[in-house]
Design a protein around this ligand. Structure first.
Ligand code: P6P
Length: 282
């Protein structure tokens, strides 16, 4: 897997350079979810395809930015599902964004994801790598090189609350639950970028990120293969939990279509247990 992780480090440097140097305008195309594509979205996707084309063990690529499977190597072993530049619309207000990679072996379902990686493009480039059965590892760039910093472990209870979605579209029960956390003294930490919002909870000791089923997005907004399952592995291996609105582990998801979404709750144990109680799940 080192060849794939090294490739992601190369991708990270090249996308970071594109963010800093290239045009921030919109392209004249849409992605598979019907969202307008920034030129950066398209460029990031091209960078990722070109770099992984050099890695023989990568069989196929599936991108959030387009339909279908991009075949690379007949004797490849892994399929990499990725969101090339998640939260890209935040670049023009100079907020952090990220790239998310799920590395699958076999059918594209959570149980077949062997590793997940995300890169965050902020004041520095940072990266988290997670393999099944071991703690996620944090890497930071210093003088343009990635240095291993250490394992990430979530506290049993945190104080960060990242409530996603449009509040007027939440269910009354979800609004009551989110408010109850604020009434306990939780701090609102939400930028609208999944990668920095989940990264902050991981590094600041814990809390809850939620993107529930809403009246405008009854199946949630975040994509299972490219966003939800990769972060579910990271949160579970960091000692937390990652579930849907029915209390099912997101690491048990079986997407029926590559662009399927899911309501999702990622967090420390205390907050997830509080969510289960608020949702009548335990
Ligand atoms: P909302 C960015 O567009 C994104 O896909 C995720 O990065 C982020 O968590 C979510 O959407 C934010 O959605 O509806 O809260 O603005």
């Amino acid at each position: 897997m080192e060849d794939i992780i090294d490739a992601i480090k190369e991708i990270a440097h090249r996308i970071d350079e594109a963010i800093k140097m290239e045009d921030l305008g919109y392209s004249d195309s849409e992605n598979s979810s019907g969202e307008d594509q920034l030129k950066l979205d398209v460029q990031s996707d091209i960078i990722i395809e070109k770099v992984f084309a050099k890695i023989g063990r990568v069989k196929d690529l599936v991108s959030e930015e387009k339909e279908g499977v991009h075949h690379l190597h007949d004797d490849g072993k892994y399929t990499i599902c990725y969101d090339p530049l998640d939260g890209s619309s935040l670049v023009d207000v100079n907020l952090s964004v990220g790239s998310i990679f799920g590395i699958y072996e076999g059918e594209l379902r959570a149980e077949n994801m062997v590793a997940s990686v995300y890169v965050i493009y902020g004041p520095r480039i940072e990266m988290i790598v997670a393999f099944r059965g071991s703690r996620p590892m944090l890497y930071c760039t210093r003088r343009n090189h990635f240095e291993e910093i250490g394992e990430i472990v979530l506290n049993e209870k945190g104080n960060q609350n990242a409530p996603g979605g449009t509040q007027m579209n939440w269910t009354p029960n979800h609004k009551k639950f989110v408010t109850s956390l604020f009434d306990e003294g939780y701090r609102l930490r939400y930028s609208g970028g999944m990668v920095p919002d989940l990264h902050q909870i991981l590094l600041k000791g814990g809390g809850l990120f939620s993107y529930p089923a809403t009246s405008d997005k009854p199946d949630g907004k975040l994509r299972q293969l490219f966003e939800v399952i990769p972060f579910a592995l990271i949160y579970e291996e960091a000692g937390g939990q990652a579930i849907d609105e029915n209390g099912n582990r997101l690491m048990e998801l079986i997407p029926s279509h590559p662009h399927d979404t899911s309501p999702c709750f990622f967090g420390s144990n205390y907050e997830i247990e509080a969510m289960k109680k608020a949702y009548g799940l335990n």
